[in-house]
Design a protein around this ligand. Structure first.
Ligand code: NAP
Length: 343
């Protein structure tokens, strides 16, 4: 059995605010051996996700990472050792790899799936053909339930999840309005992701007025990736029977002490709003259903996407920190080793 040294990024200290590189450390030891049914993969790309702020926080979270443990993440890698009869050396696998060079994965683990490079670039299997798009798919279609002709508003609209939400809503015949940070991202929303209107929230001192102008018939579905003041503003503009998908809370730096805001229950009552939280992991059994549609739309040229790929595991913590400053342009990934499908 080949012997592999494994460089990995561990969580050194839990965060009380935004993730900074100093919270992490790089260590090197031997890669573990796969057990029965498991495979060892050599990771090619791993992800940096805004949700990681919660995973490494001192506050309890649905996916907490222990101090001293390898930082959790999604990733795609090539099988270098298989003890599973259905998986061969050289297969490409997506799973919860963590920020490391080698990972043990197995089909029973959440999010495990084989990837066919013929479907699209390997990196896309973590974004527009994977995690981000699956999030957008279930969040929008299962929770938001838009009808053709309705207005769908999306925050972080130029991001990996947001850009997919906008395009799925367009495919479903909705009017789409995006909120994004900066003129470049707003232009991307309109010109590449097909939003009917895009608002640069950083250039707007009256978001309510900008939204009223952008949504003359009100808002039927708000796909919320930021929470905070933006959510407060949008809630006052929702149409009767509107639906609010709470998918992310990027605008809130820390939950201790609890942030305060408007009391919006009157709007919720009078307008019969439904506000529903959403966590992708609840949909693990249905990922393939989503991917069947997503792959089809991708093949038909209906899905545009952007990726921002940092070089080398050592740059993963900085790439993560950049998400909270809006520095990323599309799906934030880290290239762990050269992509063999590109050579
Ligand atoms: N619930 C789930 O299961 C689930 C699963 C996956 C992702 N998500 C959520 O989906 C959202 C998007 O994720 P993604 O991977 O596609 O990331 P992304 O949108 O590609 O990148 C994150 C973006 O968040 C925005 N942002 C950062 N700090 C902000 C702040 N203080 N206020 C407002 N916006 C801020 C920035 O965009 P701007 O430059 O436009 O501000 C940044 O580019 C995140 O909130 C994430 O937590 C949820």
């Amino acid at each position: 059995m080949a012997h592999h040294r494994n460089r990995r990024v561990i969580l050194k200290t839990r965060a009380t605010g935004l993730p900074v590189p100093e919270l992490f450390d790089m260590v090197e030891d031997d890669a573990p051996e796969p057990g029965d049914g498991e495979v060892l993969i050599n990771n090619i790309y791993v992800s940096a996700d805004p949700g990681m702020k919660g995973w490494i926080s001192t506050a309890k979270n649905y996916a907490s990472v222990e101090t001293g443990a390898t930082m959790n993440s999604f990733g795609v890698g090539v099988v270098v050792e298989s003890r599973n009869p259905d998986i061969a050396e050289g297969d490409y696998i997506v799973g919860r790899t963590g920020w490391q060079e080698y990972s043990i994965v197995a089909p029973e683990q959440g999010g495990f799936r084989k990837v066919d490079p013929a479907d699209g670039p390997l990196s896309a299997s973590l974004g527009v053909l994977g995690h981000s798009a699956i999030t957008a798919y279930f969040g929008l279609l299962d929770v938001g339930r838009p009808n053709a002709g309705e207005t769908v508003l999306v925050s972080t609209a130029a991001g990996s999840v947001g850009s997919a939400v906008g395009q799925f809503a367009n495919i479903k015949g909705c009017r789409t309005v995006g909120i994004a940070g900066g003129p470049e991202k707003a232009a991307l929303c309109r010109e590449v992701f097909g939003y009917d209107v895009a608002i640069d929230y950083k250039a707007t001192d009256d978001l309510a007025a900008a939204l009223q102008e952008a949504c003359p018939e009100g808002i039927d579905v708000y796909y919320d990736n930021v929470g905070g003041d933006t959510l407060d503003t949008v809630l006052g503009l929702m149409n009767q029977n509107g639906r609010v998908v709470i998918c992310g809370t990027a605008a809130t730096e820390a939950w201790v002490p609890p942030p305060t805001g408007l009391r919006f229950e009157r709007h919720v009552l009078v307008n019969r709003l439904r506000i529903q939280g959403f966590i992708l992991f609840d949909y693990q059994d249905r990922y393939e259903d989503a991917l069947a549609d997503i792959r089809q739309w991708f093949k038909e040229g209906k899905l545009n996407y952007r990726e921002d790929i940092a070089e080398g595991l050592e740059n993963a913590p900085a790439a993560l920190a950049g998400l909270y400053e809006g520095r990323n342009r599309g799906r934030q990934l880290i290239r762990v080793r050269p992509d063999p499908t590109l050579s």
